[in-house]
Design a protein around this ligand. Structure first.
Ligand SMILES: *Cc1c(COP(=O)(O)O)cnc(C)c1O
Length: 366
């Protein structure tokens, strides 16, 4: 069998979830499982995290799948509903839509529903992607507060720079102003709040509020450029492993791979790994004479050599003489942070995880 596989650690996933609970003690946690649980497999993640407070996703088939598998916790739908025809499904499966424009709040008010919907009213506080603008929130808040089709209401926003220099101050201020201005008059309802993604959860306790929405930290990666997952005590859930399936010796001037982008400057030994871009390894990961992408072979750190092709990539074995045919290779995960690999490849670990393709078997370990 082709030796590539993605090993999934249930211990690491449970550990990272527990860590979200110790950081945000007073909050309920949405485990964000959109995009097939960041590429880790929705079924496996949902089974492993069966005791979480709640799940957040955005694909309706995933949400229904969670319900079919017996998930009874709240399921937050991060992009809401895309057409009125979906409202009946939301009501039947007790899915909680993010409501981010006036058309949606009107659609809910006009619908015949078998049960009221809980909603997350999303305000645009500066990301300028989804969300009601300040001036439009009064009507939405009052409708949400009083309409029979709407149950519990949560005020929500999403930060653009919780991981970066600008931080959250400007957006947080805007959020506080919007909800203050939009305060509904006649209602008994208590409005809960949800602001924090992983970066805000780890860095800004003042954003924790009632519900936090961690994604990437559950999977063991850092949302920050300068701080590693290790710094927070996060453990990698996915380890992408393969093996050396061939070796070559190079003389000075020999080149490697498509486009001959790497030229040996000395006598070298290289290994060919059964892993390429058709497995989800980034093709743009550098492997030229100036820079390579980190990789582990037999536990030793080395780098990629030449272009990543569809099914293979090459690694430098010159200083790892004990690595022969069948030597174990770690592309990312345990012992080699996905964040480090992503950085070398000019991307983020989120994209690496989501990009692992269907031909890579997922194997549970521990
Ligand atoms: C994806 C997503 C999250 C999780 O973000 P992470 O950076 O992975 O923690 C939280 N909130 C919303 C609205 C999202 O779309």
């Amino acid at each position: 069998m082709r030796p590539i596989r993605a090993e999934l650690s249930n211990k690491a996933l449970l550990h990272n979830y527990a860590l979200t609970k110790t950081k945000a003690v007073k909050s309920q946690v949405f485990a964000v499982v959109k995009a097939n649980a960041y590429g880790h497999g929705l079924d496996w993640v949902a089974r492993t995290l069966r005791d979480v407070d709640a799940f957040a996703t955005l694909e309706i088939d995933s949400a229904i799948r969670l319900r079919t598998k017996g998930v009874t916790q709240p399921i937050l739908m991060l992009e809401g509903f895309f057409g009125v025809d979906e409202l009946a499904i939301f009501a039947r499966h007790h899915l909680t839509p993010v409501v981010h424009n006036l058309e949606q709040i009107k659609a809910i008010a006009d619908a015949e529903l078998e049960a009221p919907l809980d909603v997350f009213l999303k305000f645009n506080t500066g990301m300028n992607r989804l969300g009601l603008q300040g001036g439009l929130s009064g009507f939405a808040v009052n409708t949400a507060a009083t309409h029979r089709n709407i149950g519990a209401v949560t005020f929500m926003t999403h930060f653009a720079t919780a991981d970066g220099k600008q931080g959250i101050a400007v957006q947080l201020k805007s959020f506080e102003e919007i909800i203050k201005a939009a305060k509904p008059v006649f209602t008994q309802k208590r409005f809960t709040q949800s602001l924090a993604n992983s970066a805000a959860l780890l860095r800004y306790p003042e954003t924790h509020r009632d519900w936090v929405r961690p994604g990437i930290m559950l999977y063991g990666s850092s949302p920050f450029d300068g701080k590693s997952a290790d710094d927070f005590g996060l453990k990698p859930v996915m380890t992408l492993r393969s093996e050396i399936i061939a070796t070559q010796t190079l003389a000075i001037g020999d080149t490697v791979g498509y486009g001959a982008t790497y030229t040996a400057q000395k006598k070298m030994r290289i290994g060919i790994v059964a892993c390429g871009y058709a497995d989800g390894y980034p093709r743009h990961a550098p492997g030229n004479n100036i820079e390579g992408t980190p990789v582990l072979v037999s536990g030793a750190h080395t780098r990629t050599i030449g272009r990543v092709s569809m099914d293979m990539l090459a690694v430098d074995l010159t200083d790892i003489p004990h690595a022969h045919l069948g030597a174990p290779v770690t592309l990312w995960g345990e012992g080699l942070s996905a964040d480090e690999v992503a950085k070398a490849a000019g991307t983020i670990s989120y994209e690496l995880f989501c990009g692992v393709t269907a031909r890579v078997p997922m194997v549970e370990v521990e």
